[in-house]
Design a binder for this molecule. Sequence first.
Ligand code: GRF
Length: 192
Amino acid sequence: MKNIALMASGEGTNVIHLLENQKTFELLKIKCVISDNPQSPLFERLPKYFPEIDIYLVEPNSHFKGSEKKREHEERILQLLAENQIEWVALAGYMRLIGPTLLAAYPKKIINIHPSLLPQFPGLHAYERAYESGQLNNGVTIHYVDEGMDTGEIIAQESFARLASDTLADFIARGKRVEWQLYPAVLKRLAT
Ligand code: GRF
């Protein structure tokens, strides 16, 4: 059994779906969640619905600047990962680029979910940009994390269609449903 940590900044719907599916992972155990955002609803939801999962708040220290700030922040994350004997890290809406400190400690062991068919629409607001483009074939990507912005090797992709009648909200809702089933499916396979 290998321990995995989840990292999230936002609403955390992928974290919740991963936790709901954790029994299917067999060889991976979700050990903890790390967030950099004290406003994330995960700080209320996890203790209520998944009390066995520790959730940690790790915010960057504003005394530091630039690459020093990232290094110091990631060193504190690294310490938590070590204390929890974590072998894999899955980013689920974590809004910071991963820096050299974490990448060196977890080479090809950090994965991310991105809401587009990469290399299309890397970076922020991918659903919005895909919708605005009007293209009909869209999708979700799971990839290894490297130093770039959503540039790491692709592990899995799944497409979904944009319908002519879609509002942006319809489009995002369809994409999220794909995310919620693709990420657990990939984690199930990953440790093998
Ligand atoms: C998802 O769309 C994910 O693909 C992207 O960030 C969003 C996070 O959503 N990386 P949530 O916080 O899991 O609801």
